[in-house]
Structures are given as C-alpha cells and as structure tokens.
Design a protein around this ligand. Structure first.
Ligand SMILES: *Cc1c(COP(=O)(O)O)cnc(C)c1O
Length: 415
C-alpha cells in the first residue's frame, strides 16, 4: 500500500515534489496542493486577496490567543465536545459490527457547518475585517455564517440564487432574523453557482474590509486547508472518545461527502493510521441524476481547484441531483481527490431511496432524526458493519439533524 501510494504520487507531481515526497498523507497540502490536486486556478484579480488570507492564516493558526478563542467558542457557544454515542439498538438490528455515532447534530445550529463558520468569522475578526460575505445554496451555510456574524458583531451579506430563495424561504427568514442581508442573484440559472460568482465579484472589489466565508473544503488554496483545520475537531474528538470507550481505534470511519468538509474533518486525524479504513459516501441520487463527483466524475477544474467533478464530454459541469441539498454539489474537495487517487479512502454512492430508508431506521431504532446527508453515510455504514461482523467497530459522523428535511421525507413517502 505504502509503495503504491508513493509511486502514484510521483507521476503527476512537480520536479520538486519528486525529490522529497511527504512521508505522510497528513503533511499535505504543500505549496497549495494535495498531490496533483488543489491549487489556485483563479482570475488574477483574486490573487492578492488569497495571498493576504494565506499569510494571515499561517500566522494566526499558531497564535495561542486565536486558538484559545476558537476553543472557547467551540465549547461555550457551540456545545463541544459532541458525544460519541454507541447505537445499541441499531447495532443489534444491523447484526454486525458495533456502530458509534458522532453527534454533530447536537451542535449549535444543528450541524457541523458551525465549526467552520465560527472559525472563519474569528479569523476574519483577527484579520481586522468588518464584513463577512458568503454564498449559499439551500441556505444552511448562509445561516451558519449569519449566526457567526451576529455573535461576533460583523456585518454579514449572503448571496443566494433567486430560485433557491424561493425554494428556501424559511432559511432566508432565518438569516434575516440573525441580522444578515440576503442578496438575490438573478443571473444564469439563479442557483448556487451564480451566487458563487457574485460573491467572488464582491470579494475582489471589497477585499480590504471583507472576508469571504467558503462553506466546505473546496475552492482555491488556502480554503481547503483552513476549513479542514476547523473541522478536524470532529475526528480529533472521535479518536479520544473511542480510545476511552473501546481502548482501540475503529476498523472503519464513515462520513457523507458533499464538498467534503465533515468527511475530511472526520478522516484527517486518522489518515496516517493505516489500519483504520475510511469510507466517504456520495449522493447516488436517482434515475434523474446524481451528485457523486468521485464515483461518477473526472478530473477537472472548478471554483479554483483541480479535483474530481461531474462534467460532460466537453468539460461542461453537469447538472446534479440529490434528495439532500447539502450533497448537491458537482465537485469535491481536493484532499478527497488525493485520498481517492492514492486509495487511502474508499468512496461509494448511496441512492435517495437508500438514504431515506436509513433515515427511518435511525428514527425508529434510536429516537434520532438525522439530516438526509448523513443518512447516506448511515446506510453504507450499516452494510459495512454487517460485512465486518460482530468484532468490528464502526464510527459514523452524523453531520446534522433532520428537522430541515421533514417536508422532503414526508413528500418522498416511506423508504
Ligand atoms: C452541508 C452539509 C453537508 C455537506 O457538506 P460537507 O462539506 O460535505 O460536509 C453534510 N451534512 C450536513 C448536515 C450539511 O448541512
């Protein structure tokens, strides 16, 4: 495995990397790249902003005062650490390995997006920025950013496709309640990708006052690294908790992958532990399409990074489909692309139908209503727990709670 990994990393890398490949996967990124992936494929006009952010972050990430503040907001405001819960009835029903749930659904605002939003807002504040901007599709990242802006006293403006605003009126209202201004974007298809373009335009113009909060481990360097650093608390906590409870590391950790932030947060602290298998679960969708960028995609460039994405034969980005809005993104973070490329993590796709089935199982067996995104992970985890057998140990990250999805599940009918 180690040999194969080294060889594969050599082929597409630069001469420099060829001379000294990082010993460990955890050492990436180097010079803004994760092996052959990542980078900074952006218009010239954004380079100063990205360079300023990178320089400020490299300094702050070592700053004890900044780190203390992040820890304080995580615990006293967010409710960290979140529990690692042994799902006994689910385990008995599945009839295989013991299944633990990492309860990010119990975090303030009900999902792991909290970790990144509060982290980046603190970063912005330390950089002397007075204003946050963000794009949002279904509204979840917009709500998390609005929350962070409110509690830290930063002006917050959210770009959202006009069509998405109509579909997600409650989240628009929630952002406004939290003091954010929501700008409808009417261009293009009036959805997420158009909102991203508008947010980038704003940032390029207002970089002196403004920090752009990206919502997952995607985009140009240094974003994938910054977001990972704020989300790795998930995996760090799991490691401590499982060692206390089971006196050993899990055989398998599982998380759903949209852009990939809750999964990288879960995987990263285990990436050098070769005996721990990593499984990322993408949205397999239905006959109408999917959002499985690694399973069904090819390498290309989107939103500033080289990675796997869903594209047609001309390289045009394909329409995505998933029952869960949070997984409905046509690309994946470059660090996942690397893990896939060197076969450190495995990626699979779970359909809408299967996710809804797992959603109902968790409701009935454990009294927990999960978001539809981690219901994908749960379905795959149940299958793998059966294969692993009774002595196995599986941890699944429950990235969020399901209140937001009740209407979708109701309309879909019982799985
Ligand atoms: C947004 C979201 C996701 C997908 O985002 P990642 O960056 O892939 O983690 C997953 N689960 C929930 C609950 C979400 O809100």
């Amino acid at each position: 495995m180690a040999e194969r990994r080294k060889r594969k990393l050599h082929a597409p890398a630069s001469e420099r990397e060829r001379e000294e490949p990082p010993e460990k996967l955890s050492a990436w990124p180097r010079e803004g790249r994760f092996g052959p992936f990542g980078g900074r494929y952006v218009p010239e006009i954004l380079m100063p902003a990205l360079k300023e952010l990178e320089a400020a972050y490299e300094e702050l990430r070592e700053n004890p005062k900044f780190r203390r503040e992040v820890r304080e907001y995580f615990s006293d405001y967010g409710g960290r650490p979140t529990p690692l819960y042994c799902a006994r009835r689910l385990t008995a029903w599945a009839g295989g390995a013991r299944i633990y749930l990492k309860r990010e659904d119990l975090l303030h605002t009900g999902a792991h997006k909290f970790n990144n939003a509060i982290g980046q807002a603190l970063l912005a504040k330390h950089m002397g920025k007075r204003r946050l901007i963000a794009e949002t599709g279904a509204g979840q990242h917009g709500v998390a950013t609005a929350m962070a802006g409110a509690v830290l006293g930063l002006a917050t403006e959210i770009y959202m496709g006009a069509l998405d605003m109509e579909r997600q009126r409650m989240n628009v209202y929630r952002m406004e309640l939290l003091g954010a201004q929501v700008h409808p974007v009417e261009t293009g298809t009036a959805t997420l990708k158009d909102a991203i373009n508008e947010a980038l335009r704003d940032w390029a113009t207002n970089v002196r006052s403004t920090h752009y909060v990206i919502g997952s481990v995607v985009g140009p360097h240094p974003y994938p690294r910054i977001v990972r650093d704020f989300q790795r608390v998930i995996g760090d906590e799991i490691k401590g908790q499982i060692l206390r409870k089971e006196r050993r590391l899990p055989d398998l950790v599982v998380a759903c992958v949209g852009g990939g932030s809750n999964a990288i947060g879960t995987f990263y602290p285990f990436v050098d532990d070769e005996d721990v298998r990593l499984l990322g679960v993408e949205a397999g969708g239905s006959s109408q399409g999917n959002a499985a960028s690694i399973v069904h995609g090819r390498v290309g460039v989107l939103h500033g990074a080289k990675t796997y994405l869903l594209q047609d034969e001309w390289g045009q980005v394909r329409e995505t489909h998933s029952i869960s809005a949070g997984l409905d993104y046509p690309a994946v973070g470059p660090e996942h692309a690397l893990y896939h490329h060197v076969q450190r993590a495995e990626y699979t796709a779970v359909t809408d139908e299967q996710a809804v089935e797992a959603f109902h199982r968790l409701c009935e067996l454990e009294g927990i209503v999960p978001a539809l995104e981690p219901a994908h992970a749960l379905y795959a985890a149940i299958e793998r727990a059966r294969e692993l057998g009774k002595n196995g140990l599986v941890v699944v990250t429950l990235s969020g709670r399901g209140d937001k999805d009740l209407e979708v599940v109701l309309r879909h009918g019982k799985g």
